[in-house]
Ligand binder design. Structure first.
Ligand code: SF4
Length: 470
């Protein structure tokens, strides 16, 4: 077992097992991991003033920062272990290399220091102590805040070390055993490289957490009532389920009928129409509309691409639609803001269709930044129509979630580039910033254009549905 397994184990037991024993061909490359690695290196390098080197030689030479080291050792009860410290930082002391020693450091994304960071530091210190022949009292958690490097010192006390030893024992047991169950908290799966593999099994076994709106807590309450899988849930009469759940005074259980419909749709593959009361899309879009989609780096609060698709009417061929990408490479706003406003006001009456709330929020912020009056901001904001909200209010779809990719893919839309996602676009953006190779910008623009076309596909679905009903 190694420190990567420990990290996975803290998140999901099954992930640790799969990382250790799973068939690598079922694992999908994760842009999150790659982005994490790039950010990690950037911050570590800044923290060590660029004096960062790889391997054992770097320790012997006493460099400030050392990465890429693997240290094997024996933990206890003959358990072989290996640590892969993210970073070793030189500090005062005495070790087998001379008048200095090293401390382990980990990278943290976001504000919260979690047990994942603490366990990693404690585990690394255990094997590093005997390796460098010097005691370690502290570890470091390194992150950035407001573009500045932030360092938190962690005291690696006895209690923490004991706790980690226990976790390592459990990890060892887990890796020796058979594959653990899929995690209850399926939110964790969204950035996991084993997601496809686990999703398949979850669907085959009728996992309740496959149903939109059912999280781990609701799933265990349903199970306690004998509703152990999606098939049983789908077989319930809505009233019957409501009665069964009525003693839970949680508002959620008013959603019983939605859960049953969602389960039925999921199993049958057929969508279920709820209401077109909110859907006046046909009327609003008949004289033309924009589709709008943004690509951004949330950690840096930087929207680097604003994409507009101009749709005069739905009968135009897709190839003839005008797509306008507005790049904001340096986040200096002025020029890109001017272009955005110019587009939006060249067809003042046109609604702006988007998927999710980000786009509208971003435009309101731009308008505020440009000192628009409250009235002007309200009138601009009123042109925005969120298709994500609209489709959820109008339809129950036979899907696990209502994300843009899932819904448009179900409607038959295909992205030109395979296996793409928002995080892959972010990965390309980071690659572009490092290399300035235009090929990455081209990939991002193609991706954003496809996102716009995917949104259009959903708009067509909602509009056509209204046409049928009129
Ligand atoms: S996809 Fe989910 S259940 Fe499967 S290994 Fe990853 S986190 Fe665990």
């Amino acid at each position: 077992m190694n420190s990567l397994h420990l990290k996975s184990f803290t998140r999901c037991k099954r992930k640790a097992w799969l990382d250790f024993k799973g068939k690598k061909s079922f694992e999908v490359w994760s842009p999150h991991k790659a982005i994490d690695k790039i950010n990690q290196f950037k911050i570590f390098s800044e923290f060590c003033n660029g004096e960062i080197y790889t391997g054992l030689k770097a320790c012997e030479n006493g460099y400030q920062g050392v990465i890429g080291l693997k240290i094997k050792g024996n933990l206890f009860q003959n358990i072989n272990a290996e640590i892969r410290p993210q970073l070793l930082v030189k500090t005062k002391g005495k070790s087998k290399w001379g008048q200095y020693k090293y401390l382990p450091a980990v990278y943290k994304l976001g504000h919260k220091t979690t047990k994942e960071h603490l366990f990693d530091l404690a585990f690394c210190s255990m094997l590093l102590e005997s390796f460098q022949e010097s005691k370690i009292e502290n570890g470091l958690v390194i992150s950035t805040f407001d573009k500045k490097v932030k360092v938190e010192e962690i005291y690696l006390n006895k209690k923490l070390r004991k706790k980690v030893l226990n976790v390592l024992l459990n990890l060892d047991e887990c890796l020796k055993g058979s594959i653990p169950e899929i995690t209850q908290d399926r939110k964790k799966c969204t950035i996991c490289s084993w997601q496809k593999f686990c999703d398949k099994e979850a669907k085959e076994n009728g996992y309740l957490t496959d149903i939109d709106g059912i999280g781990s807590k609701t799933a265990s309450l349903l199970k306690a009532k004998g509703i152990i899988n999606t098939q049983i849930l789908a077989s319930y009469k809505e009233k019957q389920l409501r009665e069964k759940l009525s003693k839970f005074k949680d508002l959620k259980y008013e959603k019983a009928s939605i859960f049953v419909k969602q389960a039925k749709a999921y199993i049958s593959g057929e969508p279920y129409f709820i209401s077109n009361k909110t859907n006046d899309l046909l009327e609003k879009t008949c004289s033309g509309f924009y589709i709008f989609d943004i690509e951004s780096n949330p950690d840096e609060k930087h929207d680097f691409l604003y994409g507009f698709l101009k749709v005069n009417n739905l009968s135009i061929k897709k190839e003839d639609l005008i797509y306008e990408p507005i790049l904001n490479l340096k986040n200096n706003k002025g020029e890109s803001y001017r272009q955005i406003i110019e587009i939006l006001f060249s067809n003042k009456e046109w609604p702006v269709l988007h998927y999710g709330e980000t786009e509208k929020i971003s435009i309101i912020n731009i308008a505020k930044n440009l000192n628009f009056s409250d009235q002007e901001i309200d009138s601009l904001a009123s042109r925005f129509i969120d298709l994500h909200t609209l489709i959820r209010k109008s339809w129950i779809l036979p899907l696990k979630n209502y994300g843009l990719k899932t819904v448009s893919h179900w409607l038959g839309f295909e992205w030109v580039q395979k296996n793409v996602s928002g995080s892959k676009a972010l990965y390309w953006w980071i690659q572009y910033q490092i290399t300035e190779n235009e090929i990455f910008l081209k990939k991002i623009i193609q991706y954003n254009k496809d996102d716009c076309l995917a949104t259009l596909k959903i708009a067509e679905y909602l509009i056509k549905d209204q046409l049928k009903k009129n």
